[in-house]
Design a binder for this molecule. Structure first.
Ligand code: ZN
Ligand code: ZN
Length: 334
């Protein structure tokens, strides 16, 4: 099969490679990839900002595809993952958790120390085929085409987890208006919240995009919103946004850092944290997040804005994401 893989650590690009079609093991399914979203985490993997990826690694953890083969013990399990040939599934970032550690046993498998992640430790979806543990593959809502569904698998799932961590904020700030924010904004507006969108200074296209999705205000990250925020989610991997967002919060407000990697956070005066303001991160996702969000998305309904690229053009998609040239999400099609 054809795949685009990171073949040298921190190469900054993926290379076209020919690989054998993988064989599903016990409890696994072989999926014919129909579409795979391009996430900022893929950039962190390719650029060497995350430690010790499997090498070589096929990135990609927003996979939509159809089951082509099932391994032993996949049929007849009655655990909601009774997948069959022809089923359409989505494969997200969380590819495995141990099930027995204190985190797994308390509904926090996203923090499992033995967790493994798609497109990082497990070959992902920048390829014609991928193998996944059937327990971590989810039915995709019928309302979405393959390409439109792909961004739901990470921008949607981890965006939604971040959104829940922001609590019941009435005024919600979103820093970095990319794939995740464009989904979260729609859910927040649906929930009757006010969305304030913060972009790079001068990115009027992103600000206009945010307003078109219902943001009541859009401006530069250096600007003050007209009212203090009850919460802010930072999707951009830029540490200086933490004190910028904190300074915009009302007392008791929360800043949620949604990315897996961020540049260093500069020192800031205690005064902007005082009055029970909170800074926290969000790590990965649980399977319950996936079930919850995939049930919610068609009822909002969340509409994803996507730009399609051929699989062979993965480096162009990564480059457009790195340079901030995308509105919504890039999706690769093999
Ligand atoms: Zn565990
Ligand atoms: Zn992701």
């Amino acid at each position: 099969m054809k795949a685009m893989a990171l073949t040298r650590p921190a190469a900054g690009v993926v290379d076209e490679v020919d690989l054998p079609v993988p064989i599903p093991g016990r409890g696994e399914v072989l999926v014919r990839v129909r579409a795979c979203g391009v996430c900022r985490t893929d950039l962190h993997v390719v650029d060497g900002e995350l430690a010790d990826p499997k090498m070589p690694i096929v990135p990609g953890h927003e996979i939509v595809g159809t089951v082509e083969r099932v391994g032993e013990d996949v049929r007849g399990r009655n655990d909601g993952n009774d997948l069959a040939v022809g089923d359409r599934v989505g494969i997200p970032w969380l590819g495995y958790s141990c099930g027995v550690c204190q985190y797994c046993r308390s509904g926090r498998e996203n923090l499992c120390p033995h967790a493994r992640f798609t497109g990082y430790q497990i070959d992902g979806g920048y390829a014609e085929y991928a193998v996944a543990d059937a327990r971590y593959a989810f039915p995709v809502p019928d309302a979405y085409g393959d390409i439109e569904a792909a961004p739901l698998l990470c921008a949607g799932l981890i965006g939604y987890r971040s959104y829940r961590m922001a609590g019941d904020a009435r005024r919600l700030g979103l820093y970095g208006f990319g794939a995740a924010a464009h989904i979260v904004a729609q859910v927040a507006v649906h929930d009757g919240r006010e969305v304030y969108a913060f972009t790079s200074p001068g990115d009027t296209a992103a600000q206009q995009f945010a307003r078109s999705l219902g943001a009541v205000w859009a401006g530069a990250s250096t600007e003050a919103p007209p009212e203090p925020l009850d919460a802010a989610i930072i999707f951009a991997p830029v540490g200086r946004l933490v004190p910028e967002a904190l300074a915009r919060l009302a007392p008791g407000g929360t800043v949620v850092c949604a990315g897996i990697h961020m540049t260093d956070i500069p020192p800031f005066p205690y005064e902007i944290l005082w009055k029970e303001r909170v800074v926290r991160s969000v790590a990965n996702l649980t399977r319950q997040d996936a079930r919850d969000f995939l049930a919610l998305a068609p009822s909002v309904p969340v509409k994803t804005s996507v730009r399609r690229y051929d699989l062979a053009d993965a480096n162009r998609a990564l480059g457009d994401l790195r340079a901030g040239r995308l509105q919504g999400a890039a999706v690769l099609v093999p």
